[in-house]
Design a protein around this ligand. Structure first.
Ligand SMILES: [Zn+2]
Ligand SMILES: [Zn+2]
Length: 139
């Protein structure tokens, strides 16, 4: 049985729909790197990892930034709503078929889960003891 979960940015002009499987069945990650702190406005970024074939992003105010400062040296695409600034999605150069959909899109839709993997645990703020299960140092 196929399912559908829809999320949106703060202003509602960008809508994200995930199909095929329940949202909570996809893998999750968080990243505590300093770029994700700046970009999220908080202490880390949190995302569901969904194949691009299961993701539909609608809305003319969806725009992106190519972040050149990455661990791999390959630019990473970070997208957001140009109207309200909400982070929407990250596409890694090493995994172009995956969409890292930001937790915030689905606030109030699902109970946001503890991430399964954490990247850049060494840059995690000192007052948080643990974010996710497995800790990886590079993304
Ligand atoms: Zn918006
Ligand atoms: Zn990061």
């Amino acid at each position: 049985m196929s399912t559908k979960t829809t999320g949106h940015c703060l202003c509602g002009k960008v809508q994200v729909t995930v199909t095929s499987q329940p949202l909570l069945s996809y893998p999750t990650l968080c990243c505590s790197c300093n770029n994700c702190k700046r970009r999220s406005g908080g202490i880390a970024s949190f995302a569901f990892i969904v194949p691009s074939s299961d993701v539909h992003i609608a809305g003319s105010s969806h725009t992106s930034y190519s972040d050149p400062d990455t661990g791999s040296g390959k630019p990473m695409t970070r997208s957001m709503c140009k109207e309200c600034g909400s982070p929407v999605c990250i596409i890694e150069a090493s995994a172009p078929e995956s969409r890292c959909l930001q937790y915030g899109l689905f606030a109030g839709e699902v109970e946001l889960p503890r991430p399964q993997v954490e990247f850049f645990g060494k840059e995690r703020v000192v007052w948080v003891s643990e974010m996710g299960g497995e800790v990886k140092e590079t993304l």
